[in-house]
Design a protein around this ligand. Sequence first.
Ligand code: HEM
Ligand code: SF4
Ligand code: SF4
Length: 526
Amino acid sequence: MKRYLKRGFLKAGSWADEVFGPTLNPLSQLGALGFFFYWIVAASGIYLYIVFDTSVVGVYESIEYLTHDQWYLGGIMRSFHRYASDAMVLFMSLHILHEYSFDRYKGARAFSWFTGVPVLWLLYAAGISGYWLVWDELAQYIAIGTAEWLDWLPFFGEPVARNFLTPDAMDDRFFSLLIFMHIFLPLFLLFVLWLHITRISKPKINPPRILAFGMMAMMFVLSLVYPAISHDAADLAMVPGELRIDWFYLIIYPMLDKVPAGFMWALAIGGSIGLVGMALDPRFRRPGVAEVNLESCNGCERCMNDCPYAAISMERRTDGQPFAREPVVNASNCVGCGICVGACPTSMPFRTAAPLIPGIDLADRKLADLRGEIDALAAGEPPQVIAFNCQYNKSFASGVPDGVSLVSLPCIGMLPPPFIDYVLSRGKAKGVFLAGCGTSDCENRLGAQWSADRLARKRDPYLRARVPEERLEAFWPGSADPGGVRSALEGFTSRISAMPDLQQHKRDLKMGVRLPQDEAAEEVTP
Ligand code: HEM
Ligand code: SF4
Ligand code: SF4
């Protein structure tokens, strides 16, 4: 099922990429949209709170006034509050399915998954308490349903449902408690959401402005065409008539009518335990984490800045070298993507006299082995093209085009740009191809983006200017489009094959002669 779900997301993602463009693709902004709608709910909620009467007798009338007499502001605010809350559930559900289908919930990523579980409970509790506050027939139905559900638990001496048996049982004190809950729960939700992203660096919590405006415009139109309205006022002496259920929040209530309360508790608690259990899969093998080699490190902080999982902190230097700080890897946060290795200025393949020990390296994918692999590929007849492939891109599982040698990496962001220079300037191949896992949604969050920025010379470490552009191609789209990356590599290889041979290439580019300044730049010493 996971495989099909992932395929569905990739297909929908590449379709959305085409329609909206990679930066505005809502499917790569699911968490950010969740946050965005939270703020809409909060802002519209503040307006509603200021103007509505918080007593049990006055609340219904005050909401009616907002909805009908002040429809142009209060009514729209109410609709925004309702639809933004629904959108939170929608985007959160997609976000959960997305992270699940991409396997981003185990090992170092489990923390975000675990903290997502209370987010679910808090969001539902906050939403349901909001419906209750309107005190109309729907609220009455929810109040009685919730009370009966709670009464199944052995904690309450007095049955909670007794509060709703008679018309005057509901008093202002109980109602004030509800209002307090409806304010406190979203605030606590915000705190847990903050916790949820603490192990992620540069989390996407704000969607691009155009996408945000688009979402606002859609809600505005919806608010005018289909405004949020109340049912008739609650009357505990009457059975509510036909109700319009909000299926995003209130799905459990029609279910409670059909199945015993105990079963619903089992479903809710069992489901939550199941979610936690999924992340504790004993078969999951954690990849080798990043390790610091202080003797090569100059404390430049680039590894910390590029790590997508906040796994590196800079601490006071301990080895007596004349640098203020040193990186420290928190192994429990590290996903073993190697993006830090790609960021390190000491990840230099040219040093052949001394062993290749960069400032930071992966325990089970050493940079020296990567260079050894490249050297071995070029040992006999060098390939036309060396293609560096993200391990998540399965497009080449059945083989590569003729003339291509494939090197697999945990993330395309692990490849230090000097390795591209190394391949071309040392004649290890005539061309270099980079295949990432996806444009809009990199498996390691930031690997494809940092890699593209390094190649475009917008982010350190830059690709050196002497690397001939025509001999390098990068392809980011995901495995939803296997034909795309394959045909790009085939096209690139046939263009490269038509280019001068390696010796000629070196002469053309004046790379055959190693200039003293090149040597100096390549021999980076900490
Ligand atoms: C409205 C509720 C939620 C919001 C607003 C939200 C928001 C976010 C954001 C902004 C990120 C960082 C995304 C990025 O920059 O790559 C994130 C990551 C994550 N979320 Fe949520 N989230 C919510 C609920 C949940 C729930 C209920 C779960 C699962 C039970 C969940 C699971 C995860 C996981 C596993 C990650 C980490 C992904 C990774 O390691 O790459 N989230 N969330
Ligand atoms: S491998 Fe490096 S970049 Fe990736 S999570 Fe670990 S420390 Fe961060
Ligand atoms: S030299 Fe490398 S390991 Fe040291 S701080 Fe800079 S990027 Fe990190």
